[in-house]
Unconditional design. Sequence first.
Lengths: 222, 115
Amino acid sequence: MRKERHVLVVFPHPDDEAFGVSGTIATHVKNGTPVTYACLTLGEMGRNMGNPPFTNRENLPKIRKKELMEAAQALGIQDLRMLGFRDKTIEFEDEEKMTNTITALIVELNPSLIISFYPGYSVHPDHDATGAAVVRAVAKLPAAARPTLHCVAFSNDCVEKLGEADIIHDITQVNDIKLAAIKAHRSQTEQMFAGMEEKLKNQDPEVMARLNNERFWTYKFE
Amino acid sequence: MEIVDRKRVQEAIHQFANKDVYIHLETTNGAYASHYDQTFFSAGAYIRNALVRYELGKITGNGPYRVGLKIDLGWIYAEGITHFELDELGRLLLAGHDYNGKLAVALEISTTPFE
């Protein structure tokens, strides 16, 4: 993995960072690269609350905020920003306001790499709208001043439409840290883990491949 | 949250009648439903902090339950309610959790706005 000056990660929900990119984040942290994680919402509208439910719609954001801080700690992220938007509303916010929010982060942090979602190929409307805001903000910079933008995509048609990912990070070295980050989001991941524990123990090839390989599409600006 | 106790929920609904109350009403199948099953038609809606006044409110059914609130010019309705809580702020939180525990519907009543 290339040594970066500063990595800026922008996702809308606590746990978005955990599944697809936390090994990459942990590796940058280990390399001594400062990482800022800007998380737009607290996942207020999440449906997972345990089974039987251990919380409710109103207390879920407080729990997810705590989980997010624990995940950030597990990954060694020093700079966690919670931007205070509301789950499921990003696509309805004023576009210019969203762009400016990201621009302000870029100006302040001067990242050499930004990681976010690929707009149009990230399934959840908040994911697409977040990625779109990042793309708009980066596109506004003069070409020579633009940080690299690595996008996560996972829609059913993403490979068909975008081709294969051009960046694949093998994060086996730090997969224990990644698992800790995923587990930190207990309210969202506990049930998933219950079904995965056995496969992890047996080093199931499919599960391990998914865990250990993080794939990105480098965004190409016109 | 506790499993619905119809009597306690009915009492609580009654206590909010004829007052200005804030409503959170939501139904959801999750943002990933159509991603995992392309034959699934995804739909959902929510309204947060609707300010209403109802004259009559009832919980009915044998579980999962239905709740209807007769407001000045119309109705508020939710079905699939399984759990309830009267929280520390005196709000009535009603929710329906599916067979995996995931939230499918919520109806909440409060005399103060939701955060």
